[in-house]
Structure formats: structure tokens, C-alpha cells
Write a protein that binds this ligand. Sequence first.
Ligand code: GTP
Ligand code: ZN
Length: 199
Amino acid sequence: MQEPLEGRGGVDKEKIERAVRMILEAIGEDPDREGLRETPRRIADFYEEVTVGLRVDPGRHLATVFHEDHHEEMVIVKDIPFQSLCEHHLVPFVGKAHVVYIPRDGRLVGLSKLARVVEEFSRRPQLQERLTSQVADLIVERLNPLGVMVVIEAEHMCMTMRGVRKPGSITVTSAVRGAFAHEPATRAEAMALIKGVSR
Ligand SMILES: Nc1nc2c(ncn2[C@@H]2O[C@H](COP(=O)(O)OP(=O)(O)OP(=O)(O)O)[C@@H](O)[C@H]2O)c(=O)[nH]1
Ligand SMILES: [Zn+2]
């Protein structure tokens, strides 16, 4: 069972329903035929769910920091699945995020909190590049770590279902801060760990 999502409410569902009805009419469909009658409501629920990240503060997950004396080794949470909505076409882009940081003075957060941050920044109309840097910048702001690296790999439906139609093409973005920006060896080590190669 998935957890209930915070950030529900605050969406003008009636407006979405009216808009969906208009889209159905515009494509020559009959919004009152049996199969489509509930579609505007379903889509309003869908948009509420996939945009909950607009109505919460992902930073709250990093508010509880615990200390492990002078631990300054890399922490990697990789293969965090996410689903987001491309802001150009409002269709999904879906993939995996890898989050790496080096704590300063043993300032750590719960591992699940990193996945929660990815989840909430994903559930908004997004650009993959912005999603990547928002996750990195929030960790910098809240933990002041020695370094942060976020790598995201995703497939964009706007490139598979329509337009250029290239299913299987994967976009990879990264954001590096602190040690990962200044030290190529540290960045290479993190990349190797993301790819599953041990030191
Ligand atoms: N940089 C970036 N581009 C994205 C992302 N998601 C979608 N796009 C691109 O946004 C661009 C929008 O280009 P436009 O020319 O305005 O729109 P379009 O005519 O629908 O583009 P095509 O997809 O080439 O048909 C496309 O090249 C998409 O591939 C993203 O997360 N980051
Ligand atoms: Zn798109």
C-alpha cells in the first residue's frame, strides 16, 4: 500500500473538469457518452495527485538532522524511482534519481528523507534540469554538506509518444555542488558507485 499523499486539496477541480470537457469536445468526442462521463473528474483527481509537490515544502523532510561524530564519508541513495510531468507538454517523464552527499561534521538525515525530497520536487510541472538542481540545492541549504551530487536519468513521453518519437532515449542530468564540483576524483568515485562498481 502506498502512503496517502500530503498536499491534496487547494486545486480547482471544477475548473479542470470544465477544461477537460472542452478538450474532449474540441477533438470531436462526446463528453456525455458513457465511457467519458467520469473522465473530467478522473483527470481532475489525477492532476491533484501529480502536482501535490506544488503545495508542500520539501525542505521539511530535512529539518531533523542527526549527528554521527565526524562522519564525513559519502552517502549514496541510488535508483530512487520518480514520475514527473514535463512542463512543456504536461505528459510524464519517468526515471530514477541518484542522490549522493558528503556530510559535514556528521550532520546526517534519514535516508528515506532524500527519496521524499525527490518525490515532492517531481510532483510538479517540471524540467528535468530544474528537478536535478532543486534537489541538490535544498540539500546544500539544509545540511551544508561538504558536497552533493544528484544524477537523474529519465525517459520523456513527449519524446516517445509524439514529436520526435524516440522511445528508449534516456536523458541524463547531473548537479554537482561542493567537493563534487571541485574534485574530479570524488565525482568519479560517486559515479562509479552509482553505476554499481565498487571501489
Ligand atoms: N531541456 C529540457 N527540455 C525538455 C524537457 N522536457 C521536454 N523538453 C523539450 O522541450 C522542447 C520544447 O520544444 P518546442 O519546440 O517548444 O516544442 P515542440 O514543438 O513540441 O518540440 P518537439 O518535441 O521537438 O516536437 C522539446 O525539445 C522537448 O524535448 C526537459 O525536462 N528539459
Ligand atoms: Zn515535454
